[in-house]
Design a binder for this molecule. Structure first.
Ligand SMILES: O=P(O)(O)OC[C@H]1O[C@H](OP(=O)(O)OP(=O)(O)O)[C@H](O)[C@@H]1O
Ligand SMILES: Nc1nc2[nH]cnc2c(=O)[nH]1
Ligand SMILES: [Mg+2]
Length: 178
């Protein structure tokens, strides 16, 4: 896989440092809450497992699977709820964990769904924010890195289903894209 990468944007160490920094903030902010942490499958799983272990708070965990990219470079614009939560969110303080906020469509869909179900508060922790991609006004409350306007892979993020298990975040060589 390394041979397909044109450049590394965030190394394993960069990501670890971001998780520690975010974990400290979240530990402070959720000290007296017992949040429900919701990880957005599949991309956010890697970041979730690392960042929650830096949070020294009692927390419940759940997962939601929504998808809009079908593995490629462009958001289809339609969000599919593939697998729903198994927890009742009514009255809960929710912390959504995402790998990247790009157009904002995925987050907007999930935030609206949670408030429709009467969540008490909804905040977002994203490893990466790509503000140049934004089509919908939505913002993450906790951000690891503000990324340039490039399609990134690794540490959960895929191109055609591959590269999720790359331990760092990078950009593919142009010849890899079909
Ligand atoms: O801000 P947006 O333009 O909505 O893009 C961000 C979303 O896109 C990717 O997920 P994807 O839908 O590709 O599914 P995946 O997590 O299973 O890879 C990524 O993991 C985010 O969840
Ligand atoms: N792999 C990947 N998925 C995304 N989904 C939204 N933006 C991106 C991106 O830059 N890379
Ligand atoms: Mg995703």
């Amino acid at each position: 896989m390394d041979n397909d990468i044109a450049k590394t944007l965030y190394s394993q160490n960069d990501i670890h440092e971001a998780c520690v920094r975010l974990g400290e903030q979240l530990t402070t902010d959720y000290a007296d809450k017992q949040p429900l942490v919701i990880s957005v499958l599949s991309g956010a799983v890697f970041f979730t497992t690392d960042v929650v272990r830096e949070m020294d708070v009692y927390a419940d965990m759940d997962f939601i699977d929504v998808s809009s990219y079908n593995g490629g470079l462009e958001s289809s614009g339609n969000i599919d709820l593939v697998t729903d939560l198994s927890t009742d969110v009514k009255g809960r303080d929710i912390l959504i964990i995402e790998d990247i906020v790009d157009t904002g469509r995925t987050l907007k869909y999930i935030i609206e769904l949670l408030y429709k179900r009467n969540a008490k508060s909804v905040k977002v922790c994203a490893l990466m924010d790509k503000p140049t991609g934004r089509k919908i006004e939505v913002k993450a409350d906790y951000v690891g890195f503000v990324v340039p306007d490039e399609f990134v892979v690794g540490y959960g993020l895929d191109y055609k289903g591959l590269y999720r298990n790359l331990p760092y975040v990078g950009v593919l060589k142009p010849e890899i894209y079909e």
